[in-house]
Design a protein around this ligand. Structure first.
Ligand code: NI
Length: 226
């Protein structure tokens, strides 16, 4: 499942974050790449422990926790602290699959990447190229969103970032370990949850809504790891 989330950050939050990034020291993006992806990764990143990266990461996580659509779609168990990257002057990231396991710097725990997220900090008209291409069984999806918007897709999918040929593309990227590892099961739960909410809007106290809510929680109980 590939999902877009509008306005995870407000325009004011985006502007604040971009200001903090203006004088940041970017490093070669290969610092977090695995062996295979290092060969196709050409971009810049903020070091994981950079104060601006930490502050922006906290702003993003804070907003996601309050976003019902995200919570329902991702069923997050652990989130890797958001990182920031910058593509300009022909930078690109060729086709790759994200590493399965991520060690959080300086922390004792690891995150299994079930879902990958990209949150855009620059608007589409500020740069040429830089589309995120994600392959799934239905073909290739092309994603280039307004600043403050986010896309979520299975980490298991082959994806790439097209070369940026004008301007700069700044984004945050991170991984989520879901309580429900399997993308198919997670998608079923999300569809069921969405349908129940629509049913409740139209037929507030219909007993079937209660029954379906029971089904939702009993499936979650069956499939979730906590
Ligand atoms: Ni990737």
């Amino acid at each position: 499942m590939l999902l877009e989330f509008p306005e995870i950050l407000t325009n004011e939050q985006v502007a604040e974050c971009r200001q903090a990034l203006e004088h940041a020291d970017w490093v070669d993006g290969r610092v977090t790449a695995g062996y295979q992806s290092a060969m196709v990764k050409h971009n810049m990143q903020l070091p994981e422990d950079h104060p601006a990266a930490r502050r922006i990461g906290e702003t993003i996580l804070d907003s996601l926790q309050r976003n019902n659509l995200f919570m329902s779609a991702a069923l997050p168990l652990k989130v890797f602290p958001p990182l920031l990257n910058r593509y300009e002057g022909g930078h690109a990231f060729g086709a790759h699959v994200d590493n399965a396991i991520r060690q959080v710097n300086g922390a004792a725990f690891r995150v299994r990447s079930d879902l990958s997220a990209t949150l855009f900090f620059t608007n589409p008209e500020e740069y040429d190229g830089g589309e995120l291409l994600v392959e799934d069984t239905y073909g290739v999806h092309q994603v280039k969103l307004p600043a403050g918007h986010m896309v979520l897709y299975p980490s298991s999918s082959l994806h790439q970032v097209r070369p940026v040929t004008r301007g700069a593309r700044i984004a945050s990227f991170f991984w989520i370990q879901s309580m429900v590892r399997d993308d198919g099961q997670r998608t079923l739960l999300f569809d069921l949850d969405t349908a129940i909410q629509r049913l409740r809007e139209d037929l507030r106290d219909h007993p079937a809504a209660l029954q379906l809510t029971g089904v939702y929680h009993n499936l979650l109980r069956r499939w979730a790891e906590t």
